[in-house]
Unconditional design. Structure first.
Length: 255
């Protein structure tokens, strides 16, 4: 299944030794899941959707997983401790940026050859509210904000998935509302052509918690409602698949 990855906005020049997306850089180019990768982030990069940035954070964590043949956000590391609790957090650099070096195969406990990309989002709040400060990054094409999707082997540029809008020839995916949600949230899709459509909601383990549509749909504006009343608080992803294309975006459930 083809991922829809939107081109990333560059901050300054892209150097030969690293790849960059707004607020992120990663090195070295060509690194795979079995190599040491260094990620450096700028805490002062703030998204345009009102999400608080990481400025002033005293700790920065990487909430992340990997994409494998089974799909995105596999083997999720939620507490930034790695598969064997051996690798923790980011280290603040003298210039105020934060850096983390790790080997993805060790960190996620996944065979290097199976890792297709790293999926991540940053948080920097205190233990009592770890998401009070968050790292989300701007996409140049859509002017929307999203989580990092960094394909391996590492190349420049890498992109983000837009949480506000993803557009292609087959359909347009817009932000769910309300988001954050407590009882229900509406997934909005514009189908540019008729065809078979699959709309699912998955948790951070990649498990499908709800199927909102699975069948033939005619072209036009669609709204699919997810009943989240029984879903625990946390991050979920809604995914639309049609015409050989797929796009995903995030829903936060807050009870």
């Amino acid at each position: 299944m083809k991922n829809i990855l939107l081109s990333a906005l560059f901050l300054g020049s892209v150097f030969s030794a690293s790849a960059q997306s707004a607020g992120w850089s990663a090195s070295p180019l060509g690194a795979t899941g079995g190599d040491l990768i260094t990620i450096t982030i700028d805490p002062n990069e703030v998204c345009n959707d009102g999400t608080p940035g990481l400025g002033g954070a005293t700790i920065v964590r990487l909430h992340s997983g990997v994409k494998t043949a089974a799909g995105a956000w596999q083997s999720v590391v939620g507490a930034d401790a790695g598969a064997n609790d051996a690798i923790v957090g980011f280290t603040q650099l003298p210039n105020g940026k934060w850096s983390k070096t790790f080997r993805p195969s060790d960190y996620y406990g996944v065979a290097a050859a199976d890792i297709q990309e790293i999926n991540g989002v940053l948080n920097g709040g205190p233990a009592a509210d770890v998401w009070s400060l968050r790292g989300k990054y701007l996409d140049a094409n859509s002017a929307a904000c999203g989580d990092l999707f960094m394909p391996l082997p590492l190349a420049a540029p890498f992109g983000v998935t837009a949480t506000k809008k993803a557009v292609n020839a087959a359909f347009s995916l817009r932000a769910a509302y309300p988001n954050p949600a407590s009882a229900e949230s509406n997934v909005r899709v514009t189908l540019n052509q008729s065809g078979r459509v699959l709309v699912t909601v998955k948790n951070l383990l990649g498990q499908t918690v709800s199927t909102l549509a699975n069948g033939l749909e005619v072209a036009g504006e669609k709204v699919y409602t997810w009943n989240a009343a029984n879903a625990p608080s946390g991050i979920y992803f809604y995914t639309v698949e049609t015409s050989g294309l797929t796009a995903s975006a995030k829903i936060n459930v807050v009870k």
